[in-house]
Design a protein around this ligand. Structure first.
Ligand SMILES: [Zn+2]
Ligand SMILES: [Zn+2]
Length: 423
């Protein structure tokens, strides 16, 4: 026998018996997106590396440490997508979406790739549900994006705290950067090497360094909310009022800055305390400068990203029971060769009527076939043999209720009996 091959570190399989959980969650996310008027967009798994350097920010952990970057056979630098926003912006610009009017509202459910230390709910290949709203500068857009997240989090029974913050805009940020720079300059000898390199370029990044020493220093750093310009301050007040109007509870947490460079004004996180130390199940914010930075016209933008692995973990930890997908409606067992042929004919006819049918594929005896019907959770069984075929009659057995009904071997009436029994 050849040696077994294992999946790469930091990846996961979704097995056939678990996939119903993913289907349920994905359908729920799609339905919530529809309720808020978001349509799905799709884009490639890999992009030019330049997109993420410019779109995510070259001082972020993602770009500095975590990207899967390689040269393709044509000598281009290619990167596996580490997050969805930059790709959505690239697609928005490239396809001239602005011509179709504002706001542009899109969602996606995609795999992302980051070379980081694998932990619960945080894989090197993880799946993200993201939404983006481009072309709306008002705080009601921020509120709508938050409301969408709040909707599916609640539907999955996950109790979270919504934390919001404002980190300002290009008008008020220089003063804040200056204050941060002065503060961290005084603690220079204690900062980690990465943060030292960030000090001059982007001192805000030090605020979300994962090193315990840096985060302890960051706790007493100046707060962005104290430096907001009039526009940013009134935007933040408007957001708070809008959330209250929609009945969404929140708390202001001035320590939230988010790990990417492109955020402006609003940032937010839905935090769940049940999964490990860091329990953010969904986070996002406004990034009014990003579209211009990637070559489009200046366009306001707001959105969020939500890791599906974490979302499922949080739902499990909250005791949410994912409903199992419908299984086999009817298993048609065959008692002999004649019954086997009849089973194939009846299965074909029933499937044509939308009934999920399985038949014996392993040349088993009747007893083993019935055991298999149990294993796959068949709702009904029919046994066909020469006498059933000759009499054009058989027994339809309801496996759950253990009820038996005599039926004629006619697909439409059998389908009706099955559909009736399921109501
Ligand atoms: Zn501002
Ligand atoms: Zn640091």
């Amino acid at each position: 026998m050849s040696q077994k091959i294992q999946r790469p570190k930091g990846t996961a399989d979704v097995t056939v018996s678990e996939v119903y959980r993913w289907h349920y969650a994905e359908n729920l996310l799609r339905e919530c997106a529809r309720l808020f008027g978001y349509r799905e967009t799709r884009f490639p798994v890999f992009e030019h590396t330049e997109l993420f350097i410019r779109g995510v920010g070259d001082t972020t952990d993602v770009v500095q440490k975590e990207m899967y970057t390689f040269e393709d056979k044509g000598g281009r630098s290619i990167t596996l997508r580490p997050e969805g926003t930059a790709s959505t912006v690239r697609s928005y610009i490239e396809n001239g979406e602005a011509q179709n009017g504002a706001p542009y509202k899109a969602y996606y459910i995609v795999p992302n790739f980051r070379y980081e230390k694998p932990q619960a709910g945080r894989l090197r290949e993880h799946h993200q549900f993201g939404i983006e709203c481009f072309g709306a500068s008002g705080y009601t857009a921020d509120a709508e994006v938050i409301a969408l997240a709040s909707t599916f989090i609640k539907k999955l029974g996950i109790a979270t705290k919504l934390r919001i913050n404002s980190i300002g805009c290009p008008h008020c940020r220089p003063a804040y950067h200056k204050a941060l720079h002065e503060y961290f300059e005084g603690k220079k000898q204690e900062l980690c090497e990465t943060c030292l390199s960030r000090l001059d370029k982007n001192p805000m990044r030090i605020l979300d360094c994962k090193s315990p020493v840096c985060s302890a220093i960051a706790e007493d750093a100046p707060r962005a909310v104290d430096f907001l310009c009039e526009d940013c301050a009134s935007h933040f007040e408007g957001l708070k009022n809008s959330l209250t109007q929609m009945g969404i509870e929140y708390e202001v947490d001035t320590s939230i800055v988010r790990g990417l460079d492109y955020y402006t004004k609003t940032v937010f996180e839905f935090v769940f305390s049940g999964i490990g130390a860091q329990g953010t199940v969904c986070g996002g914010g406004r990034y009014d400068g990003l579209i211009e930075q990637l070559g489009g016209a200046a366009t306001p933008a707001v959105g969020f990203g939500c890791g599906l692995e974490r979302l499922l973990l949080a739902a499990d930890a909250s005791g949410f029971v994912f409903p199992e997908a419908p299984t086999c409606d009817v298993f048609i067992a065959s008692a002999d060769a004649c019954g086997g042929e009849a089973a194939l004919r009846l299965a074909a006819a029933l499937r044509g009527l939308g009934v999920a049918v399985e038949t014996d594929l392993c040349s088993r005896g009747l007893k083993a076939q019935m055991k298999n019907a149990d294993r796959i959770g068949a709702k009904y069984t029919i046994v066909l043999g020469e006498s059933e075929v000759n009499n054009n009659q058989a027994i339809l057995k309801n496996m759950r209720l253990k009820e038996q009904t005599e039926i004629t071997l006619e697909a439409e009436s059998i389908a009706q009996a099955i559909q009736k029994g399921q109501n």
